[in-house]
Design a protein around this ligand. Structure first.
Ligand code: CO8
Length: 260
């Protein structure tokens, strides 16, 4: 796969996707959204890919938001279509069925913070800054940030970030649950790939079911969500990997999961 705005590398079952527009701090234009959609769809359908790491090129930004030069040209009609195009990509990432780790290496603002929130887990370098500064442009999030942020950090904190447009530090983001871990900048990719390799070794069907149970269950009343969980649990018990995992425990050896 050759892309204009992405670099794609493989490390065994891990695919590393780097958004590569450093001159504009990796801002998301339409072309980049389309390319990300293509690479994520391929990662989703490939049996050999078990985990994705997503990061930004350079040492300054993960993604500094939607491309403001493109945004400035939007009309009410194509603005909505543009937002839906990004939302479709972010929805695909969230429900990819394989972990997508955001390796946040600097600014994750606006659409960049929304992109990170659509990922399964977030690791941030200690110098990263996160926020939803759309309000300062006279707009609001359009890639589901107004929905994912309160689900991650709670309504009060989300409203404060959305209404002030403040940039917060990686450590503050960790304290409110916006990122999972903060690591020294020099160790970010090593740590992200280490975590990706760990997750790539887990039973793929169970990984997919856990992601679905959490994402889909959060949209249901609790009483329905636990029924949904029990159905997914039943499916997982039918896998070879379930037999491998339980046998390996009883035989005191490390399991080898095959995804069947
Ligand atoms: N879009 C386009 N270009 C950008 C963006 C961006 N989001 N961010 C930075 N750049 C460009 C700058 O214009 C500059 O270009 P040039 O060198 O040609 O002047 C270059 O990147 C470097 O940026 P700065 O010189 O500004 O670097 P600083 O270190 O001084 O500042 C900041 C870094 C604080 C990150 C600053 O660049 C900034 O505030 N950027 C904008 C952040 C922002 O507001 N992001 C939100 C955008 S809106 C959004 O994401 C909405 C998403 C929903 C869309 C819904 C569907 C349409």
């Amino acid at each position: 796969m050759a892309f204009e705005n992405l670099e794609v590398a493989y490390e065994d079952a891990v695919i590393i996707v780097t958004i590569n527009r450093p001159k504009v701090l990796n801002a998301l234009n339409g072309q980049t959204i389309d390319e990300l959609h293509q690479v994520m769809a391929e990662a989703s359908s490939s049996d050999s890919v078990r985990c994705v790491v997503l990061t930004g090129a350079g040492d300054k930004a993960f993604v500094a938001g939607a491309d403001i030069a493109e945004l400035a040209e939007l009309t009410p009609v194509n603005g909505s279509a543009h937002a839906r195009r990004g939302q479709a990509l972010f929805g695909l990432i969230e429900s990819l069925g394989k972990p997508v780790i955001a390796a946040i290496n600097g600014y994750a603002l606006g659409g960049g913070c929304e992109l990170a929130m659509a990922c399964t887990l977030r690791l941030a370098s200690d110098s990263s800054k996160l926020g939803q500064p759309e309000i300062n442009l006279g707009i609001m999030p359009g890639y589901a940030g107004s929905q994912r942020l309160p689900r991650l950090v709670g309504k009060g904190r989300a409203l404060e970030l959305l209404l002030t447009g403040a940039h917060i530090s990686a450590e503050e983001a960790r304290l409110i649950g916006l990122v999972n871990r903060v690591v020294p900048a020099a160790e970010l990719m090593t740590e992200a790939i280490k975590l990706a390799r760990e997750l790539a070794g887990k039973a793929p069907v169970a990984v997919r079911a856990i992601i679905a149970a959490v994402n889909e269950g959060l949209e249901m009343p609790f009483s329905q969500a636990v029924v949904h969980e029990s159905v997914l649990f039943g499916l997982v018990t039918s896998t070879d990997d379930m037999r491998e995992g339980t046998n390996a425990f009883l035989e005191k050896r490390k399991p080898v999961f095959k995804g069947s």
